[in-house]
Design a protein around this ligand. Structure first.
Ligand SMILES: NC(=O)C1=CN([C@@H]2O[C@H](COP(=O)(O)OP(=O)(O)OC[C@H]3O[C@@H](n4cnc5c(N)ncnc54)[C@H](O)[C@@H]3O)[C@@H](O)[C@H]2O)[C@H](O)CC1
Ligand SMILES: [K+]
Length: 449
């Protein structure tokens, strides 16, 4: 955002004009949301406060009852000019009284440390039992989502200026934003991370057959139920033919699943018609698991690696994955990700993007926020998973959907899979078992027209 602003200034856009756009965009939303109620605008000393003064000026101009409480501000620059242009009463934060609608314009992306306790206390006092609209970010939040500070504000609605920042979509503070709206400032932004959108999934071609739709082989291990669940999800999510390979994989599951023994995994995976191989769900961590992983890594088909397989491969697996000739997809949750890539610094977006480059693989880093990063640098964030998804088996379903989407989804397969999985969870309603997700995949796909 800083770079985009600098480029806009260099191209001749005046800082005052940009601040006016920002403040006006906020004022329009405040007018819409306040519904005639009186408004208290909190203004900080920097540019976030500058936006707040612009907002207050427009609200006053539109006849809305608005008061301003501010921190001491800079004496020059755009923010100081906006403060001067307000030209009306300004109270100290400690003397301000709450109003039904509070606009939080204390700090935005310039925040570099936690709010001082007395300031955090004032902010909490003024935002209790009021409708809070945050300018760019609730004050006290690290915009880069690198860390989570004590004393940060919360909002009912956050108006992100120009672009979503990492904290809007990832990390624990994403839950403090309320409803996030994005205001266009009319400046050019680099092609950075995107949030997920409903994919378009075409029906199979008129002359489609089971192999053109995609042959998927799922390798079963110590807990064959997990592999069966993944295989069932793959069948339902659009694969033409699904093989469930394993010693006792023959119990239960749909009759359309084709069962194969796993006595010779190398020749099983040598089938040139394979659209995808999935290894990991319920694999276990014994010697047999290691041999299956070796066979899977050696095969020339696109490969999805999930669960135990990621943990078993660990750090040493990164290089082995990077040297594969066919595309590889990893679907770790946080713990599995850390086991393979370490739990280094930075937010989830940056860490996942870095890992994708290292492993030359597409990584679906799961959690309440799922980050999908490809080796070509593309990043897609799915910000708000349903917390009901946090049960055993839902990851197996995701891995199966992903394996199924690889043939027709190509580069978009991972985003398609995450969207379908998340949508199926919403359709399943609360308190479902993972198996139930599979029953809702058809409806989720039907929505992707
Ligand atoms: N650049 C522009 O013209 C526009 C920016 N927009 C808005 O500006 C903010 C970012 O503004 P900035 O001045 O860089 O920072 P803040 O207003 O967020 O912070 C001000 C200032 O406060 C100091 N500071 C940092 N942490 C603390 C703390 N914990 N306690 C006290 N003081 C702190 C630090 O010196 C900061 O510089 C952006 O979010 C937008 O709202 C607009 O988009 C329009 C154009
Ligand atoms: K703010």
């Amino acid at each position: 955002m800083r770079a985009a602003e600098d480029a806009a200034f260099a191209s001749g856009i005046a800082q005052d004009a940009l601040m006016d756009r920002a403040g006006l965009a906020v004022a329009r939303e405040v007018r819409r949301l306040a519904l005639g109620r009186s408004v208290l605008v909190l203004a900080g000393g920097g540019n976030n406060g500058g936006d707040a003064f612009v907002c207050a000026r427009y609200l006053r101009q539109w006849g809305i009852d608005v008061a301003v409480a501010a921190l001491p501000g800079h004496t020059e620059g755009a923010a100081a000019r906006m403060r001067a242009a307000w030209g009306d009463a300004i109270t100290d934060l400690t003397e301000a009284t709450p109003r039904p609608v509070v606009v939080d314009g204390l700090f935005g992306i310039g925040l570099s440390r936690p709010l001082a306790p007395d300031l955090a206390g004032q902010l909490a006092r003024l935002t209790r039992d009021t409708f809070v609209i945050a300018i760019d970010l609730p004050s006290g939040i690290d915009a880069d989502a690198g860390q989570s500070f004590d004393g940060a504000a919360h909002a009912d609605c956050t108006i992100a200026l120009g672009a979503l920042k990492p904290a809007h979509v990832t990390g624990p503070d994403a839950a403090r934003m309320g409803h996030v709206l994005l205001a266009d400032l009319g400046i050019t932004l680099p092609d950075a991370a995107r949030t997920i959108a409903r994919p378009v999934i075409a029906p199979p071609a008129r002359d489609a057959h089971k192999y053109s739709r995609g042959l998927v082989t799922v390798l079963a291990g110590a807990m064959p139920g997990a592999a069966r669940l993944a295989a069932h999800a793959a069948l339902t999510a659009g694969a033409g033919y699904v093989i469930l390979a394993g010693d006792d994989a023959g119990i239960g599951g749909p009759d359309a699943l084709v069962r194969r023994p796993l006595d010779d995994p190398h020749s099983l995976l040598a089938d040139e018609r394979l659209a995808a191989v999935l290894v990991g769900p319920g694999l276990g961590r014994g010697d047999a698991a290691g041999r299956l992983i070796d066979a899977a890594l050696a095969c020339v088909a696109p490969l999805v690696i999930d669960g135990d397989a990621i943990s078993l491969l660990g750090e040493a697996g990164v290089e082995r994955i990077a040297t594969r000739s066919a595309p590889t997809f990893l679907t770790p949750h946080g713990g599995e990700f850390d086991r393979m890539f370490g739990n280094g610094n930075g937010n989830k977006i940056d860490r996942t993007a870095q890992a994708a480059l290292q492993a030359r693989a597409t990584i679906v880093h799961k959690g309440p926020d799922t980050v999908i990063a490809s080796p070509d640098g593309t990043v897609t964030v799915s910000p708000h998973a349903l917390s009901w998804l946090s049960t055993a088996g839902t990851g197996d379903v995701l891995a199966g959907i992903l394996a199924a989407r690889l043939r027709s989804g190509g580069d978009r397969a991972a985003a398609e899979a995450v969207w379908l999985h998340s949508r199926a969870a919403r359709l399943a309603g609360p308190a479902f078992v993972a198996d139930t997700l599979v029953d809702h995949l058809g409806q989720a796909i039907a929505e992707c027209r």
